[in-house]
Ligand binder design. Structure first.
Ligand SMILES: [Zn+2]
Length: 218
């Protein structure tokens, strides 16, 4: 079964209420998920009919359509790319992320986080100082325990990991709020590459613990 964002996340995405980092992960997911795409279309339809049914005479019934047009225009403006940058739909990198990291995951500038785990932080918004955190983890390694304020989305770009909720394959999203405790472990033979978006900065609690654990195993 495919792991999708919560319906609440989908509704927030549809209404444009998600932060940029969360929205990027959701749009990366829906590139390959017809189920979520359908739900987003439904949200748009419901939003449109709600506005049409409202009795507020000041409100133009086309407001919602205009709003969507504006939103689309602003996204297009934002994603405007030069001629030489042509997005590649067959890449392992979702089209939504290609303008930030290119088309090849191996070209990311990975730095050491713990044995078997590499990390790369990509700034996606200068003004708001927003980042996406990419992790590359070897088979059988645990994804470092971390804390954050608010919610967290994790999108699998390559490989797979398991937690108590099941298996997350490439393209799947794990949608957690700050109350959930999870200890994901990489189950694929190949490295697992995932990207994490959080409301607040990502703090790895067990950074030292991970290092010691790995050294002890050696
Ligand atoms: Zn989905």
């Amino acid at each position: 079964m495919k792991n999708c964002p919560d319906l609440a996340t989908i509704i927030s995405y549809s209404s444009g209420a998600l932060s940029k980092s969360f929205a990027l992960l959701v749009s990366s997911h829906i590139e390959k998920c017809g189920h979520c795409k359908k739900n987003i279309d439904r949200c748009h339809e419901m939003g449109g009919s709600f506005l049409e049914e409202t009795e507020n005479t000041d409100l133009d019934t086309n407001s919602y359509a205009l709003f969507l047009d504006k939103l689309e225009a602003s996204i297009n403006k934002e994603t405007q790319i030069s001629e030489k940058d042509i997005f590649d739909k067959s890449s392992e990198v979702p089209v939504s992320l290609q303008r930030y990291i290119g088309r090849d995951l191996s070209s990311l500038k990975w730095s050491f986080l713990a044995p078997g785990i590499k990390k790369c932080s990509i700034k996606i918004d200068e003004k708001e100082n927003k980042h996406l955190t990419f992790l590359k983890i070897k088979s059988n390694k645990k994804i470092p325990e971390h804390s954050h304020l608010g919610s967290e989305l994790t999108l699998v770009l390559k490989g797979s990991f398991d937690d108590e909720n099941g298996r997350y394959m490439t393209g799947d999203i794990a949608d957690h709020d700050h109350t959930s405790k999870h200890e994901p472990i990489v189950t694929s033979q190949e490295d697992c590459v995932c990207v994490i978006a959080t409301d607040g900065p990502l703090i790895f609690n067990s950074f030292i613990a991970n290092i010691f654990q790995s050294i002890a195993r050696i």
